[in-house]
Design a protein around this ligand. Sequence first.
Ligand code: GLP
Length: 242
Amino acid sequence: MIDKNSPLPIYHQLEEVIKNAIQTQRLLPGEMIPSEREYTEKYEISRMTVRQAVTNLVNEGYLYRKRGVGTFVAHQKIEQPLKGLTSFSEDMQSRGHEPSTRVIRLSEVHADRDLAAKLEVEAGTPILELKRVRLADQLPMAYETVYLSKALSRGLTEEMALTSIYGYVEKTFGLKIQYGRQSIEASIAQKIEAEMLGVAVGDPVLRIERISRLDTNKPFEVAHSVYRADRYKLTIEMERSS
Ligand code: GLP
């Protein structure tokens, strides 16, 4: 409720009202919130105040606006610890989300110098390029391009790529994916990425490159992933060294 005699600014009180509705699931992710007019009438406050509260919640990531449509409740970000080498499927399953995949393309390409060095093959060697959109509970999370040496991904088909490729190589060939090195950069969505992820060109994304290796130290994949920054949050445990 809103108390006009409270020392707390009214816009702040309205923010709390909306946040509470989200936390108690009276407003659900993806749902449109009531219009400015509804709030002004219900609480007898000015439009400016409503706008201020909504803008603050948009800036804090609780809400998002769709131009010409309205303001919606944002989906909670998935927290990803920066520790342990896990697959997308494992990451989503361990958080109770249903992973799914859209295979955009599986093709053979020739490794350029950079990829060849990373996969430890000769430049020009045929390798597999797999482009996929990864979804959690039907919502696009990431657009990934993975390069795999052919020897380690024999028999991989588009159908198999609909599920876990880590699972596929580990189960089919008895290989063990053991080490990984990853870099993460803040960036913005380019045209194709925006289309794949269902965001606008220029929206914030995390650009992640991973090189993972087998227990024999042989490189298994070079992966270029673009994660939606509004759906994904990286966390790290830290210990202060003496
Ligand atoms: C993550 C990594 C990718 C890796 C993928 C495997 O998304 N960023 O580098 O290829 O997991 O996931 P899955 O085994 O579910 O296909």
